[in-house]
Design a protein around this ligand. Structure first.
Ligand code: ADP
Ligand code: ADP
Length: 228
């Protein structure tokens, strides 16, 4: 699904965000990306959906060569990826339905298929009854569940989440993690950057730890490994 070979990323100001990273993430895995602030986790994620390009190395995502890709191929790469962010990033002037359907409208899905699929993914996150609501009328946890529905509506091979529980209380965070676990059990690969020690220690998934741009640990059924 994701193969990085000797990937480095140096930003224009000289910051080394990733250094010589080689890693393989396979279909169906659930991976936690952990490490101190500034370690390179967000950069890792940005490289995968080609918001940033590596300075050197090789990167393949869903069988596509991300580095040699032509600009008109980038939308195809991103359709195979679902993104979830700490700050939800919903469109405030659209209803829950439209926020989720919007991701499908982009690929011009037939209307009936679209309605069915939007309702299905909203069911999956437990929010079908909120279809006509606007984001501002929802709690943070509900907004994040809408964002998860939006991320999976096109049935992506990989869902990438950057601190999705960072703004949520512990109970709500667990609801969000249950949604990710369900999606993963249905076969979707999950890559999640997180600072949530409780969740990582309880779920015992693969843990990749990054420090100062280097991978310092890669464990099956791993633990968070930091005190906060
Ligand atoms: P994390 O997500 O683990 O907090 P980041 O990937 O955001 O880490 O950052 C890794 C390093 O790269 C940090 O030193 C950060 O300041 C730097 N960095 C991140 N984004 C940029 C950018 N757009 N321009 C310059 N430096 C950046
Ligand atoms: P987050 O990891 O919370 O998603 P960012 O990736 O935007 O946040 O930023 C993470 C780190 O990278 C922060 O320390 C931030 O100051 C630094 N950073 C982000 N963008 C830039 C930039 N353009 N120039 C320098 N540092 C940056």
């Amino acid at each position: 699904m994701i193969t990085m070979s000797e990937v480095s990323k140096v930003y224009g100001n000289g910051s080394v965000a990733l250094a010589d990273v080689s890693i393989e993430i396979h279909k169906g895995e659930f991976v936690f990306l952990v490490g101190p602030s500034g370690a390179g986790k967000s950069t890792f994620i940005k490289l995968v959906f080609r918001e940033e390009l590596p300075t050197s190395g090789k990167l393949f995502v869903n069988g596509r060569n991300v580095i040699d890709m032509k600009p008109n191929e980038v939308p195809y790469l991103r359709r195979g990826l679902g993104m979830v962010f700490q700050d939800y990033r919903l469109l405030p002037n659209k209803t829950v339905y439209d926020n989720v359907a919007f991701a499908m409208q982009v690929i011009e899905a037939p209307r009936r298929e679209m309605q069915k699929r939007v309702h299905n993914v909203l069911d999956l996150v437990g929010l079908r009854h909120k279809v006509r609501t606007y984001p501002s009328e929802l709690s943070g946890g509900e907004q994040q569940r809408v964002a998860i529905a939006r991320a999976i509506v096109n049935n992506p091979a990989v869902v990438i989440a950057d601190e999705p529980t960072g703004n949520l209380d512990p109970d709500t965070s667990w609801e969000i993690m249950k949604a990710f676990d369900t999606i993963n059990k249905a076969g979707t690969t999950i890559v999640m950057a997180t600072h949530d020690k409780t969740i990582v220690d309880a779920m015992r998934k693969r843990v990749i730890a990054v420090e100062k741009g280097y991978i310092v640990r890669d464990q099956e059924r791993g633990v968070y490994g930091y005190e906060d």
